[in-house]
Write a protein that binds this ligand. Structure first.
Ligand code: TYD
Length: 127
């Protein structure tokens, strides 16, 4: 878990992150999920080489993680906290609150070739 600097002010809170100091890779791309309908599930894949930091900038959601040996589930719901996901970790996102905005900081541009979308392929690649 990464904790980003926050500047609190009577006008509101301001959170920021630098590639060098706060995120363990140069940020090449950002994307975000929002308007996620109730009951919807996202993710369900791993990345061969991509590193990511996932932040719940609004609301909350649950992330399940697997390295092929161990599984873990985490609820993200603090806008100043990011979850670092190294390459080759299977992840699934679910239980989004209606106001959830899931911001993803990514180390590489989008490439479908980088995805492992089949769980059996993932398990085989991890052994
Ligand atoms: P995907 O990564 O499978 O979404 P999630 O893991 O959140 O369920 O991406 C969904 C679609 O969006 C897929 O067709 C690829 C496309 N996409 C892009 O074009 N660029 C991007 O940066 C991302 C993340 C996805």
């Amino acid at each position: 878990m990464l904790e980003f600097p926050v500047v609190r002010d009577p006008r509101g809170d301001l959170c920021f992150a630098h590639s060098s100091a706060d995120v363990p890779f140069p940020i090449e791309r950002i994307y975000y999920l929002y308007n996620v309908p109730p009951g919807s599930e996202r993710g369900g894949h791993a990345h061969k080489n991509l590193e990511q930091v996932i932040v719940s900038v609004s609301g909350y959601f649950e992330i399940s993680l697997s390295d092929g040996a161990e599984e873990k589930s985490i609820v993200l719901g603090q806008p100043h906290v990011g979850l670092y996901i190294p390459k080759m970790i299977w992840r699934g996102l679910k239980s989004f609150s209606a106001d959830a905005v899931c911001l993803v900081l990514a180390s590489k541009p989008y490439s479908e070739d980088d995805y492992v979308r089949n769980l059996e392929d993932f398990s085989r690649m991890k052994t």
